[in-house]
Design a protein around this ligand. Structure first.
Ligand code: NBP
Length: 469
């Protein structure tokens, strides 16, 4: 008896997931709201355009849609995160019965998921927050799926989720029960944070090669293709494709306005790191880089006022650039996984980091050969910071000179490298046994009597100095 999924929200992701579910032989019914003068009957026209392949019952009447799903129901919500999810829950609640499960497959904020779990539990309903990554194509062909919440409820729909998920190199589903509460949505948020960092890193190396080495998009595309051989990465691969594209003999990339959008998950990751007191340099820098890109008019004015800061062509080999890119990317991943480690402790989720890396090896946007490596590294009982693991130390040590020289030369030439330089700064800060923080502690004690610990006394003992004497 295969569990039926009732899917609400036939946007980009909802449509692809419905087809994926039907294609794997699981029954699925669909509903989409009818709004104003929009195309009539979104659900029915979707179902009829695929009726040669699948029979997908489609509804424009919410009550009928819910009541015709056999109990206990499995309702997958695929709508815009935020108030739309609450609106859908409010609208379906009157028709639900104890034991029904609501699955939220959107990018909901983990705290919203936590609140919804608590509210729905009181009504005898289960709620599963599912992180889904892979975009439109992934949703259709096999995304990476990160379900968190009630394990009992998860087990009921596990066969469907495993069937539609991408498969790792051993043929296992890139879908795994993450943990209780909002852990599924939390790790999807951090996945997106790492993704922000990786995207910005590639953008920085493109920008450097394009404007500080005067290479054409085509040449850079070839370089990214080469890098993609040693460091297979979905984001490198698609950027290489992007850079090859032309429109009327001109590079298409030059037709795209350089103002970056964002839907929030990167910033949420930064907020969470601030709440937990975790350093998140690269991911935060990537969010800020998107924010600065929005100051388009002021940036154009500033470029006139400050004149050319570009000191000319920078002679640097593709090998050196790759070494710097790879180092920064390793540090960006380490920072993301460190946040997961600390969040797992704080929220008592018992996250299995190696398993999380495994379900990120395929289907999702940050899949790469390094993610494959991380499955092993994180699985070898590494309990601490990833930067302390021997494989990562080897990676970074052998590229030390190329990393520091590349970043300092590019900055010297006037090229903005927000994430690459944040990675280098984080790393340099991390690998020094001492730091400048004693000055901070002295300053805090000086003006605010905040006290400090002493190097010649045990940790936990606090002292104050009367600095006027
Ligand atoms: P779309 O914008 O393509 O579709 C949004 C859907 O939400 C539409 O079906 C829309 O109905 C429905 N909706 C909205 Br908006 N407000 C609603 C409301 N108040 N009541 C009922 N339905 C409502 O989004 P999408 O790209 O499919 O994304 C869906 C979720 O998946 C989001 O949380 C997104 O962040 C997440 N996600 C997206 C991607 C991606 O690559 N696109 C990847 C991973 C996760 P309508 O048609 O009537 O407006």
């Amino acid at each position: 008896n295969k569990p039926r999924i009732g899917l609400i929200g036939l946007g980009v992701m909802g449509k692809s997931l419905a087809l994926n579910i039907a294609g794997k032989g699981y029954p699925v019914s669909v509903y989409n709201r009818q709004e104003g003068d929009k195309e009539k009957d979104i659900a029915k026209s979707f179902a009829s355009s695929h009726d040669k392949d699948f029979r997908i019952p489609a509804y424009d009447d919410l009550k009928k849609f819910i009541l015709e799903l056999e109990s206990p129901r499995n309702i997958l919500i695929m709508v815009k995160a935020g108030s739309a999810v609450d609106a859908v829950i409010k609208n379906i609640l009157p028709y639900l019965e104890e034991g029904d499960v609501i699955l939220d497959g959107g990018n909901s904020h983990f705290k919203d998921t936590e609140r919804r779990i608590a509210e729905l539990q009181k009504k005898g309903l289960e709620y599963i927050g599912i992180g889904i990554s892979g975009g439109e194509e992934g949703a259709l062909k096999g995304p990476s799926i990160m379900p968190g919440g009630s394990e009992k409820a998860y087990k009921r729909i596990k066969p469907v989720l495993e069937a539609i998920a991408a498969k790792d190199k051993n043929g296992n589903a890139c879908c795994s029960y993450i943990g209780t509460g909002s852990s599924g949505h939390y790790i999807k948020m951090v996945h997106n944070g790492i993704e922000y960092g990786e995207m910005q890193l590639i953008a920085e190396f493109y920008y450097f090669m394009r404007f500080y080495q005067k290479r054409s998009p085509e040449e850079i595309s070839d370089i990214f293709s080469e890098w993609n051989v040693s460091e297979e990465s979905y984001l490198l691969e698609i950027t290489s494709h992007i850079l090859k594209r032309k429109e009327n003999e001109e590079y298409f990339i030059d037709k795209i306005l350089d103002v970056a959008g964002q839907k929030g998950t990167g910033g949420w990751t930064t907020n969470s790191a601030l709440e937990l007191g975790v350093a998140l340099d690269t991911i935060t820098a990537s969010v800020m880089a998107r924010n600065i890109s929005g100051l388009k008019l002021q940036k154009e004015k500033a470029s006139e006022l400050y004149g050319e800061w570009n000191t000319g062509l920078v002679d640097m080999s593709e090998k050196d650039l790759f070494a710097a890119y790879k180092s920064a990317s390793i540090i960006n991943h380490s920072i993301g996984f460190e946040l997961l480690r600390m969040a797992s402790k704080e929220y008592q989720w018992k996250l299995e980091l190696s398993e999380i890396a495994r379900i990120w090896t395929n289907g999702c946007i940050i899949r790469s050969s390094f993610m494959e490596e991380l499955v092993e590294i994180l699985g070898s009982k590494n309990e601490g910071h990833l930067l302390l693991s021997s494989d990562v130390i080897d990676h970074l040590n052998k590229r030390k000179k190329q990393f520091t020289t590349t970043i300092s030369k590019s900055l010297e030439a006037g090229c903005p490298m927000p994430v690459s330089s944040a990675a280098l700064n984080y790393f340099l800060n991390f690998i020094r046994g001492n730091s400048s923080a004693n000055i901070i502690q002295a300053q805090r004690d000086y003006f605010g009597a905040h006290t400090y610990e002493r190097t010649d006394k045990p940790r936990g003992e606090f002292f104050h100095t009367n600095w006027d004497n």
